[in-house]
Design a protein around this ligand. Structure first.
Ligand SMILES: [Zn+2]
Length: 201
């Protein structure tokens, strides 16, 4: 009996946020699973809507000439699998291990007592909407990891491990591309969250 370990890493970059608690839920399957989410904040300041907008533009995430994103999410999935040989001499996947890392970058305005209440309310609503939009992207990463696990686990045995390994990587990449497209479509449909209220001012 021989066991071979295969390994692949893929990265996807998207622009939004997800909920941490969702990643901590017990996975529904028996597969190995590791998930981590990290939050980074950049500081913005200002006393008016326009000053805050200017600060967002200056300190946000660069997105090409003259452009920036207020929020940013990067999800990163690793997968690997083990193969073994069954009684018929066929190569099969005997174990799957995946991990998901999500890093969120979001703005933070440390308002104080001197700041206008209506501006604070408007800001809070904005952050809530931005968070909602980012949650949608985060769900894509979570779904992608789960579907990659399932795709690998469900592959039928092959006569050769080479062939099985190729099919495994193809299957995983296909799922990855599907969810990368889903992120792009989501941003196109929502205008990066504008239709969900993620617009300031
Ligand atoms: Zn987005």
């Amino acid at each position: 009996m021989k066991a071979v370990r295969n390994f692949a890493i893929f990265v996807s970059t998207i622009f939004v946020l997800a909920l941490f608690f969702k990643l901590n839920q017990t996975p529904p399957s028996a597969y190995e699973h590791h998930a981590e989410a990290k939050y980074n904040y950049y500081t913005v300041d200002g006393d008016t809507e326009q000053e805050l907008r200017d600060s967002l533009n200056r300190n946000g995430i660069p997105a090409g000439p003259g452009r920036s994103y207020d929020g940013y999410t990067r999800w990163y999935i690793k997968w690997n699998w083990k193969t073994d040989t069954n009684q018929n001499g066929q190569c099969y996947i005997s174990g799957v291990d995946t991990s998901l890392d999500i890093t969120y970058t979001l703005p933070q305005w440390k308002y104080g007592r001197g700041d206008e209440a209506s501006l604070v309310v408007k800001w809070e609503q904005y952050i809530e909407a931005l968070t909602l939009h980012e949650e949608g992207h985060g769900e894509h990463g979570i779904n992608c990891e789960r579907e990659i696990k399932e795709a690998l686990q469900n592959l039928p045995p092959e006569d050769s491990c080479n062939s099985l390994n190729q099919k495994a990587n193809m299957a995983a990449r296909e799922v990855l591309h599907k969810w990368q497209r889903a992120d792009k479509d989501y941003d196109a449909e929502t205008g990066h969250g504008v239709t969900q209220g993620a617009k300031f001012p």
